[in-house]
Ligand binder design. Structure first.
Ligand code: HEM
Length: 421
């Protein structure tokens, strides 16, 4: 068989598998299973979350996994040492389609002790003090993007601002050189989108190319830092590899994880928050009068429209929860976006209110040992973005109908047309 024929056969197999998976989801959806409805992707997932809640704090979907929308239960599972990311024999629980390009997202998908070993190498670069050092660079990147928008009366916030800023910040964090900047932004945008899953043969092909190119780019970066060390995260990781604390592959996978986890998520924080403010003009006006309210906008946006809507865990032994025995190695889906609107813990949970003081911390950055390492950076980016937008474009209004992404994992916009004056 020639390479071209083999590749076509692979595409057909992948296409058939994706088709079969979608058919199963549609069928279960018809049978009234709310988790299947969420898997199909909803423009407005919140009424479906209510149907999950109506089934109690935990129920088993017709598709197999256990599902919960309860804030206290999700918080306790995320902190429970009996639960992990992988099964007891080290597999990831979701069915793997062999032909999909493999994306190793490092310690995000590892259990102790490897999780702690790798996280410990990255954590010192993410303390609030270290992150504060990026403020001028983030402000510069933000100003540069807004300068470009000065020439437009209408623009798309998502493609022209919200997706570009976080990727530029990750590039700055890793120290990508100017000569490779455009390549990083182009391929980074493709792998950032994989948080959504791989849903088409075309996208799978694009992803393969992006992964290959980024692998080369990260390899060059490592060589540069070996030859010319600096006071940055990349040099710290290169040094750790020289000290045998991680392998060459593990090092490259950490770069990939940061590019994926740090871009799409923060982009959606910026897009979702701007839309929520424009739909609540009195709160936009308050921010305009007092830009120091920006951190409150960040926190309420994270609660109200959680950019990461779900995570999952696997019990490593049989666990009793709310009268159900959840067997070892079964999949438990944690609906973070629903937990953040749990009426048991938040008053009027469907109301966007930047002055909200009731309820526990939102779970948008997760909880327990996988708590988002980039939370201080995401908060700083959100703060700078909202503050700069309202200061530079105080008369901002909607310039068309926003297009929502339909995804189980991601809550965000495909486009947000705006008018600056
Ligand atoms: C608004 C923006 C962000 C949101 C909503 C977010 C959300 C999350 C969530 C929910 C998890 C844990 C998933 C789980 O427990 O299964 C996570 C983990 C992680 N995030 Fe973020 N994230 C954001 C921004 C960032 C940024 C800017 C970076 C770095 C550049 C980053 C790096 C990471 C890493 C490395 C992990 C893995 C932590 C671990 O497994 O120990 N994130 N994030």
């Amino acid at each position: 068989m020639t390479t071209a024929t083999r590749s076509r056969a692979g595409d057909i197999r992948l296409g058939a598998t994706l088709f079969a998976a979608r058919a199963l989801i549609r069928l279960s959806g018809v049978l009234g299973d709310p988790f299947a409805d969420l898997l199909r992707g909803q423009e407005n997932p919140y009424p479906v979350h209510d149907r999950v809640r109506a089934k109690g704090p935990l129920h088993r979907s017709k598709l197999g996994p256990y599902v919960t929308a309860s804030h206290p239960l999700i918080n306790s599972i995320l902190r429970d040492k009996r639960f992990g990311i992988r099964t007891t024999d080290g597999r990831l629980p979701a069915a793997q389609v062999d032909d999909l390009p493999k994306l190793d997202v490092s310690f995000l998908e590892l259990d102790p002790p490897d999780h702690g070993r790798l996280r410990k190498l990255v954590a010192p670069s993410f303390t609030p003090r270290r992150i504060e050092r990026f403020r001028p660079a983030i402000q510069r990147a933000c100003d540069g993007l807004l300068d470009e928008l000065d020439h437009h009366d209408t623009f798309d916030l998502v493609t022209q601002f919200a997706t570009r800023l976080p990727l530029a910040v990750v590039g700055e964090l890793l120290g990508i050189g100017e000569d490779r900047w455009d390549d990083f932004l182009r391929h980074g945008a493709v792998i950032g989108a994989t948080l959504d899953g791989v849903s088409s043969v075309g996208f799978a092909k694009e992803l393969k190319v992006a992964l290959r190119e980024l692998h080369v780019l990260f390899g060059e970066l490592v060589e540069q830092r070996r030859a010319d060390p600096r006071d940055d995260l990349t040099t710290a990781l290169v040094q750790a590899q020289a000290d045998d604390k991680l392998t060459a592959d593990e090092l490259l996978n950490i770069f990939g994880l940061l590019a994926i986890a740090g871009s799409e998520t923060t982009a959606n924080l910026i897009g979702n928050g701007t839309l929520a403010l424009l739909r609540h003009p009195e709160q936009w006006a308050e921010l305009r009068d007092d830009p120091d309210l920006a951190p409150k906008v960040v926190e309420e946006t994270l609660r109200y429209e959680s950019p990461v809507q779900q995570s999952q865990r696997v019990p490593h032994e049989d666990v009793e929860l709310h009268g159900l025995t959840v067997p070892a190695n079964s999949q438990v889906i944690l609906l973070i976006g629903a937990a953040n609107r749990d009426p048991e813990v938040y008053r009027e949970p469907n109301t966007f209110d930047i002055h909200r003081t009731d309820g526990p911390d939102h779970l948008s950055f997760s909880s327990g040992i996988h708590y988002c390492i980039g939370a201080p950076l995401a908060r700083l980016e959100g703060d700078i973005a909202f503050r700069s937008l309202v200061t530079r474009m105080p008369k901002l209004t909607l310039g068309g109908t926003p297009k929502v992404r339909r995804s189980l994992v991601i809550r965000g916009l495909r486009s947000l047309p705006l008018r600056a004056s």
